[in-house]
Design a binder for this molecule. Sequence first.
Ligand code: URA
Length: 432
Amino acid sequence: MRVYDIIEKKRNKKALTKEEIEFVITGLVDGSIPDYQVSSLIMAIYLNGMNDKEVTYLTDAMAHSGDMMNLEELFGNTIDKHSTGGVGDKTSLIICPIVASLGCKVAKMSGKGLGFTGGTIDKLDSIPHFKTSISKDEFIRQVNDINISIISQTGNIAPADKKIYAIRDITATVSSIPLIASSIMSKKIAAGDKNILLDVKVGSGAFMKTKKDATELATKMVNIGKNLGKNMMAIITNMDEPLGNNIGNSLEVIEAIEILKGKGNKDLRELCIILASNMVMLSKDISYDEANKMVIDSIKSGKALDKFREFVHYQYGDPNIINNYDLLPKSKYSYEVIATKSGYITKINSEEIGKIANILGAGRNTMDDKIDYGAGIIMHKKLNDRVKKGEVIATLYSSKKDLTDAFDKYGSSIVIGKTKIKKPKLVLGYIK
Ligand code: URA
């Protein structure tokens, strides 16, 4: 087999076979195929796409390029939720304890944030003494004892994806639906959960800017998972404004605890209940209504909050944060953003808001950047909220003193109009 022929075949819009795809992935990882040939093939895939069979073969080959976890063998029926990334998305901190309190097993490996979206691991790392790296034995014991552990991605998970992603990043080929689908799903397949719920975000703060693209991506990922023996479902959710009011690591932990206490932002609570109900439905094979009742009861009764406390304690974190938010990191300075005119908030550029959180110190631009865990934004006003000239619309937290850049950007990320807009729905569709 020759890579040249495989590139030529894809260039000519023909479907690749399982053997051809495996040949390329093996050669990429062992170094026998140079990056420039893989780059060329990736560009051909970007331009000509891949059918469901090809994407499944690619995903499976990338998953098998490194360690494969077998969570089914270890714990039986585990459930994972994966979000394609958004601004202020702290849903994992909320829904994982909820579903674990209902007997579902969550053995989750999560990532750190990069660019304008945050990562669950950074949020957990903002809890004093919390350990996101624990031994495999501790991880197994914890899931068996309390149904939940969330750790930083360890080992050699899908190394082919790392290489391909690095090539895509410098060859203008990131935004390809088959390549995004296989990238995300290869890591999910390697992680080894039986049940997977995907939260595919669409809007100004997401990778997918249109519902059409989000639906195509969700459908591809659901099909890949099903073809590889997983119990799959995807929910397409809106990201035209950041999720909840708080953006930034410790600020998001506070907001997650508020939801677990039955309080907090209405949209965030509603979305978490929908996601958690679907996870319980998938993993217990019961009706949505039954699962939804259980989820609501878990929050109302305090069972979900108790599970969060137990989870934090088990991973060496300080559970006293639940009743004393002052124990969480706080940036040295806070600044208020004031409305320059009266009206309603009619547009929020979520990606820009994510970038502002980065400028404040809440995120990183390269994997080696250090995070300021207390930095971030509290948005006091969201879409369709009425504002008066001179009113505080947001508070920015940072350890940096000069925030002219962040202020200017916040002002130009928000539009204040005369009348309310038709607010987009929280859930835009389901793919099963
Ligand atoms: N997340 C991933 O893991 N891969 C992509 O290609 C895009 C988002």
